[in-house]
Design a protein around this ligand. Structure first.
Ligand SMILES: NC(=O)c1ccc[n+]([C@@H]2O[C@H](COP(=O)([O-])OP(=O)(O)OC[C@H]3O[C@@H](n4cnc5c(N)ncnc54)[C@H](OP(=O)(O)O)[C@@H]3O)[C@@H](O)[C@H]2O)c1
Length: 182
């Protein structure tokens, strides 16, 4: 299955603050829900704990923690990104309508998943935001923007955004750590 990274990123790269999101973007949440619905979603333990209601319904929730005893009710817990992707692939194949493995954060997981992803589905937030968690730099040599859409701030949005989809120009890294081709 293809691997897609979903993230909302401020102009200065910020994605999070004090364990939560530093904005209110209702339009983006709806887009995120529609895009990830029916798919396996993979996240770090801190992102899992940031969800007010968990698991996210209608999706196979997979949580990564180094703590082998960690329990996440309503989710599968694994101890590495590699195991998360193996599980998501195996279970995703049996999920009717599953189209891709969605990597949904946070910063630590994005950093590790970038080299494995086939595409990035990024919401660029038109603001510079104070925060403590950032998204990795998107290297234009490795990533080609294939579509984008400006989204004005709606009534329940703190900022205007631009939704952009990027495709990897070469092949992603394989499991043996051979780097992503360009
Ligand atoms: N803007 C967005 O689109 C977006 C999306 C998602 C999250 N966020 C924000 O990002 C922030 C959270 O990001 P974060 O970087 O602090 O944390 P994170 O990536 O969500 O989770 C980090 C945790 O994942 C586990 N982990 C990471 N790498 C691992 C590995 N290789 N093997 C096993 N376990 C591993 C560890 O859990 P243990 O400590 O349990 O071992 C680690 O503490 C929050 O502010 C959240 O709101 C923003």
């Amino acid at each position: 299955m293809r691997i897609a990274i979903y993230a909302a990123v401020a102009e200065n790269g910020v994605i999070g603050r004090e364990g939560g999101l530093p904005w209110r973007l209702s339009s983006d949440m709806k887009r995120f829900k529609a895009g990830t619905m029916g798919n396996p979603i993979v996240m770090g333990r801190k992102t899992w704990e940031s969800f007010p209601k968990r698991p996210l319904p209608g999706r196979l929730n997979i949580v990564i923690s180094r703590d082998q005893t960690y329990q996440a009710e309503g989710a599968e817990v694994v101890t590495s990104l590699k195991d998360a992707l193996t599980l998501a692939t195996a279970k995703g194949r049996c999920m009717a309508g599953a189209e891709e493995i969605c990597i949904v954060g946070g910063g630590e997981i994005y950093r590790q998943a970038m080299e494995k992803a086939d595409c990035l589905k990024l919401t660029h937030v038109f603001a510079t935001i104070d925060g403590d968690t950032v998204f990795p730099k998107v290297d234009p040599v490795a990533w080609l923007e294939i579509s984008s859409e400006d989204v004005p701030a709606g009534e329940k949005d703190s900022h205007a955004t631009r939704y952009a989809v990027y495709e990897r120009r070469g092949k992603p890294a394989n499991d043996n750590g051979v780097p992503a081709a360009r």
